[in-house]
Ligand binder design. Structure first.
Ligand code: GRF
Length: 202
C-alpha cells in the first residue's frame, strides 16, 4: 500500500477528506504524516485525532527561506512517503524540493486552472464574472499552480454568489476530487505525457 504525507497550513478539511476516505476503505493508502508550517493549524488537531504523526516546521523559527526549505525537505524525507499532497499549504515550494520529489507532489486549487492561479482564486472568479469555476488537482512543478492537471470538477457560479458562498460550494467538490486523484496515483494509473495526464484503466 502506498504511503502519503500531507502538507497543510490551516483548517485541513481536505486533509480530513483523505483521512475519511482511508478510514472508509475507499482510498487504498496509509497516511504517514502531516507536515505544517503553522503551529496553530487546525489540521494538527485532525492529525492527532487520527493518530497521524505531525511535524511542525515553523517559518518564524528559521533564519530565512533557505533554512526553512532545508528543514522542510528533511521533514518530508522523514515521512518516507510515495506521494506528498499539498492540501491548503500556503507557501510556494522551492525548486529544490520540487525536483527532489519530482512527480510525487500534487496540489489542490480552488479554480479551474489555468484560470485564477494564486491566492483568492474564488474571489478572482467572482470579480472576473465567469459562469463556471471549480477545482483542480494537479502535479506540482516549479511554477505557481502550473503543473499537469489530474482532475477538475466544475462548479457553477450563481447570481448573487460572493467569495464565501462560491468557496463553500467549490470545497464540496474539492473533498471529492482530492481523494479521487490520490487514489489514481496510489493505483499507479496516472501517466504524464508533457502537460497531459492520462488516466489508465484499472
Ligand atoms: C482549499 O480551498 C484548497 O483548494 C486551497 O486552500 C484551501 C484549503 O482548505 N489550496 P482546507 O484547509 O483543506 O480546509
Amino acid at each position: 500500500m502506498k504511503r502519503i504525507a500531507v502538507l497543510a497550513s490551516g483548517r485541513g478539511s481536505n486533509f480530513q477528506a483523505l483521512i475519511d476516505a482511508i478510514g472508509a476503505g475507499t482510498l487504498p493508502a496509509r497516511c504517514a504524516g502531516l507536515v505544517t508550517d503553522n503551529p496553530q493549524a487546525y489540521a494538527i488537531t485532525r492529525a492527532k485525532k487520527a493518530g497521524i504523526p505531525v511535524t511542525v516546521v515553523d517559518y518564524s523559527g528559521c533564519a530565512g527561506k533557505d533554512e526553512y526549505e532545508a528543514a522542510l525537505l528533511e521533514a518530508m524525507d522523514r515521512c518516507n512517503a510515495d506521494l506528498f499532497v499539498l492540501a491548503g499549504y500556503m507557501r510556494i515550494l522551492g525548486a529544490g524540493i520540487v525536483s527532489h520529489f519530482k512527480g510525487r507532489i500534487i496540489n489542490i486549487h480552488p479554480a479551474l486552472l489555468p484560470s485564477f492561479a494564486g491566492l483568492h482564486a474564488q474571489r478572482q472568479a467572482i470579480d472576473y464574472g465567469v459562469k463556471v469555476s471549480g477545482c483542480t488537482v494537479h502535479f506540482v512543478d516549479e511554477g505557481m499552480d502550473t503543473g499537469p492537471i489530474i482532475i477538475q470538477r466544475p462548479v457553477p457560479v450563481c447570481d448573487g454568489d460572493d467569495e464565501d458562498s462560491l468557496a463553500g460550494r467549490i470545497l464540496i467538490e474539492e473533498h471529492l476530487a482530492l481523494p479521487e486523484a490520490v487514489k489514481l496515483f496510489c493505483e499507479e494509473r496516472l501517466m504524464v505525457c508533457g502537460r497531459a495526464v492520462h488516466i489508465l484503466p484499472p
